[in-house]
Ligand binder design. Structure first.
Ligand code: FAD
Ligand code: FES
Length: 344
């Protein structure tokens, strides 16, 4: 959505209104919605935070919203300490009520298209955060039944244990949470998971958790011949770029001409051959949607309506959609002299 002056609001400042100690190693940070900017979000989306650095300058980290747009007035993210990690420990050690953070608007494609298709969700550890938002939204605004398989090392690591119990009681028959504790059941293997989920009926599967857990779930679903187009995954990695920086790709000799439609305005500008479209627009002071700037989140999806582009990473888009003209603005470089692009 555009501001009154026709520009799309980008960075916003969020102020912590509450810090909740969820478990010994996980905290939630609640924020009031910012008064300016478009902070509507879909369940399963994430925010990108700028964290003050020490000698490393500032760093950026993504955190899924565990709040739901259907049930919560505030915004909430839930962060688990990672041994040796910079950002997660910085938040746990420094964030207090009143702390202010520069954030990029909500982004991401780990979100259900329909709230009426039965869901099976697999969450490992902090992977419960986007699932929690999806569960609350679907229960409140849809008709789907949901089964969540939630894996943790032991019961002290279970984030949102009480909230999930309460949701199960309030939505009896629609929500089932199956807790998997490694301390009691061992690591979840494809064989064990297959036995667990074989009797269930579901249309879409959402998976978020540590890499070995996600691999076990993938192998389980492959063994069950589950339609991969119905499998939605969110991988929790740390960004290597700083998406708050004004320019991430080098200048190069030669430029194409870009015709870019955003928020009803068409901009015509030089597009250097070796520079991404997002970098080119940011550099020109044109507000454009983006979050990770690494081809991972889908915030910068656009449509090439004329001309050609090349892209380094595009694996989050379906091949058919790319063939139909969808592109990632943070990955796209011009491959023809004139390129026309539209951002929805
Ligand atoms: C879309 C998205 C949503 C996310 N949502 C959540 C969420 O809801 N909750 C959550 O807790 N996390 C979430 N994450 C993960 C989060 O962004 C961070 O990746 C996570 O908090 C770890 O960051 P960190 O800075 O603490 O660790 P980092 O400093 O990035 O380190 C991560 C690991 O790498 C190791 N490491 C660091 N530097 C080096 C080095 N030089 N050599 C070798 N090893 C090294 C560290 O020891 C640590 O084990 C999400 C990620 C994405 C992309
Ligand atoms: S900004 Fe995340 S995919 Fe382009």
């Amino acid at each position: 959505m555009a501001d009154a002056d026709g520009t799309r609001p980008r960075h916003a400042v969020l102020t912590v209104s509450e810090v909740v100690q969820e478990t010994a190693s996980a905290i939630s940070l609640k924020f009031d919605r910012p008064s300016c900017g478009d902070f509507r979000y879909q369940p399963g989306q994430f925010l990108t935070f700028r964290i003050p650095g020490d000698d490393r300058g500032s760093v950026a980290r993504c955190y899924s919203l565990s709040s739901s747009p259907a049930t919560d007035d505030h915004l909430k993210v839930t962060i688990k300490r990672i041994a040796g990690g910079y950002g997660s420990n910085w938040f746990a050690d420094n964030a207090v009520v009143g702390s202010e953070f520069e954030v990029l608007p909500p982004a991401g494609v780990f979100t259900p298209k329909s709230y009426d298709n039965d869901l099976l969700a697999f969450a490992g550890g902090s992977g419960i955060t986007p699932i929690m938002s999806i569960v609350k939204s679907v229960l409140t605004e849809g008709k789907a039944g949901i089964t969540v398989v939630y894996a943790n090392r032991d019961d002290r690591d279970v984030i949102f244990a009480r909230e999930l119990d309460e949701l199960c009681r309030a939505h009896c028959g629609r929500l089932t949470v199956i807790h998997w504790l490694d301390s009691l059941q061992g690591l979840p293997t494809p064989e064990l998971l297959t036995r667990l989920v074989s009797p269930l009926t579901y249309t879409d599967v959402f998976v978020c958790g540590p890499a070995p857990f996600m691999a076990a779930v993938r192998n389980t679903l492959t063994g069950l011949n589950f339609d991969q187009n119905r499998l939605h995954t969110e991988v929790f990695t740390s960004l290597s770029n700083d998406p708050f920086a004004t320019n991430l790709s080098p200048e190069s000799a030669g430029a194409a001409t870009a015709h870019v439609e955003i928020d009803g305005l068409t901009h015509v500008l030089d597009w250097p051959r070796n520079r991404s479209l997002v970098d080119t627009l940011v550099d020109a002071g044109i507000e454009v949607p983006y979050a990770c700037r690494e081809g991972e989140c889908g915030a910068c999806v656009c449509t090439v309506t004329d001309g050609q582009v090349t892209m380094n990473r595009v694996d989050i888009l379906e091949a058919d959609d790319v063939a139909g003209g969808l592109a990632l603005g943070c990955q796209a470089r011009p491959a023809s002299d004139e390129v026309s692009v539209t951002f929805d």
